[in-house]
Design a protein around this ligand. Structure first.
Ligand code: GTP
Ligand code: MG
Length: 431
């Protein structure tokens, strides 16, 4: 069965963790005992409505604040897929964590809060649009829009249509999703309507005859995998055991891994040997292929050489390590103009560096991507341009055309994502 890495994204409090927890519960991934414990503890904290979210929000701080802070990974099986669910934080402060999850996604569920005022808050100044733009720019082409909390609006068709119209226009026109790749599902995570089976509430049943959420997930096109290419695995996390062993965790983006294989760990350039592999959280296996989420235990390498933000690659085909890059970027709606000299935060796979724009080489026509104006003085909101950036320290990087996950970037300033783009050229490699 194919694996599907599914990011759950959307504005804060739209119900992503509740939806994820409900799905896991309905599909038998949470025991009765565990659910009972979650309900009891949530109630005693005065956060009874967060019982399902607790399955994903596992840290004390997340539970006390009732918000997700880091991406939680959970697993379930649908008819067609082994689904790896990446429940992302919606809060503005944790967009960098959301980005790190988005780089691993094959498809996404964009959750919006359908209740009056909340959908509008997510659209205006909220994270609904930002998340949609981020996942699209990272190469996710297929999405489900889960219009959640329909219970609050009495399962109103008019409200659903209004949301579909407003957000749909943005997704198709500004983000450039294909209409046929966006599936709209009205539901209630709290009331368990339209999640894993057709709704039973008459008010929804009277006008909705489309797929339930689980069937919509099964309708995603299988993701293409790059198993034939050379090994690339961006390191998301590093686990060091008390016995001095080190494991690198992340999504295998290209190639295959097997026990005994020699790998080069960038940026240190040191070699290590795969001692053991785990897939889907804890299942040990002897091989893994592109698309798999794995933990790779390495031997023959000093633990200090294995770092989050680094990349595992083929010993003969090391990934570039560079500070000076050419990018193709789009400045987002509402962002301040970008000038040569602008200081930004540069995010790429699981790495982050301070960056300075050194040159705006040319403005591009957003439709044809042909140069419309050479050397403009600045880049304005919604414009697309070729820019050169210089990073404070080097990062592992590949051209987007060679590997989308190692070539997708986001630029942020003062806690906001200001531009999204692709690496088009590595100008100077670090030796
Ligand atoms: P962040 O991860 O912090 O961005 O939030 P989230 O999107 O994961 O939202 P979460 O699941 O934590 O839910 C936020 C609140 O919305 C909780 O109080 C939930 O009980 C409530 N909620 C979630 N789904 C529904 C729903 O379908 N109907 C109603 N009425 N409330 C819901
Ligand atoms: Mg959450």
């Amino acid at each position: 069965m194919a694996q599907l890495n599914l990011a759950i994204v959307g504005h804060v409090d739209s119900g992503k963790s509740t939806l994820s927890g409900r799905l896991l519960h309905l599909l038998g991934r949470i025991s009765k005992k565990e659910m009972h414990k979650n309900e009891k503890e949530a109630k005693s904290q005065g956060k009874g409505s967060f019982a399902y979210a607790r399955a994903l929000d596992e840290s004390t701080e997340e539970r006390e604040r009732g918000i997700t802070m880091s991406v939680a990974v959970a697993y379930f099986d649908s008819k067609n897929y082994k689904v790896v669910m990446l429940d992302s934080p919606g809060h503005k402060d944790f967009v960098p964590n959301m980005i790190s999850g988005a780089t691993q996604a094959d498809a996404a569920i964009l959750v919006v809060d359908g209740s009056n005022g909340a959908f509008e808050a997510g659209m205006k100044g909220g994270q609904t649009k930002e998340h949609a733009q981020i996942i699209k720019s990272f190469g996710v082409k297929q999405i489900i829009v889960a219009v959640n909390k329909m219970d609050v609006v009495g399962y109103s068709k008019d409200r659903f249509d209004e949301i579909k119209h407003t957000l749909g226009t943005f997704l198709l026109r500004s983000c450039r999703f294909e209409e046929s790749s966006v599936c709209w599902v009205p539901l209630s995570a709290m009331d368990n309507q339209n999640l894993v089976s057709a709704p039973c509430d008459e008010r929804l049943l009277s006008w909705y005859s489309g797929p339930c959420l689980l069937d919509a997930i099964d309708s995603f096109q299988p993701p293409t995998r790059e198993s034939e290419k050379s090994l690339l695995m961006p390191i998301c996390d590093v686990i060091k055991s008390s016995r001095g062993q080190v494991s690198a965790c992340g999504k295998l983006q290209a190639g295959t891994l097997q026990n005994g294989l020699k790998v080069r760990v960038m940026p240190s350039g040191e070699l290590g040997t795969v001692r053991s592999l785990e897939r889907d959280g804890s299942q040990s296996c002897s091989t893994a292929t592109a698309g798999d989420n794995v933990a790779v235990t390495l031997q023959g390498i000093d633990v200090h050489h294995v770092r989050a933000g680094g990349v595992l690659c083929d010993p003969d085909v090391p990934v570039a390590f560079a500070r000076h890059l050419e990018l193709n970027v789009q400045l987002l709606d509402g962002a301040q103009p970008m000038l040569a000299g602008s200081q930004l935060e540069f995010h790429i796979h699981h790495a982050k560096e301070a960056a300075r724009v050194v040159k705006i080489a040319g403005l591009l026509d957003p439709k044809t991507l042909k140069v419309a104006k050479r050397s403009p003085r600045c880049l304005l909101a919604k414009q697309v341009a070729v820019v050169e950036v210089l990073l404070q320290g080097p990062v592992c990087v590949a051209e987007y055309s060679k590997c989308r996950s190692l070539g997708s970037v986001s630029l942020r300033a003062l806690g906001n994502t200001v531009a999204l783009g692709k690496v088009t050229r590595v100008i100077e490699e670090q030796k």
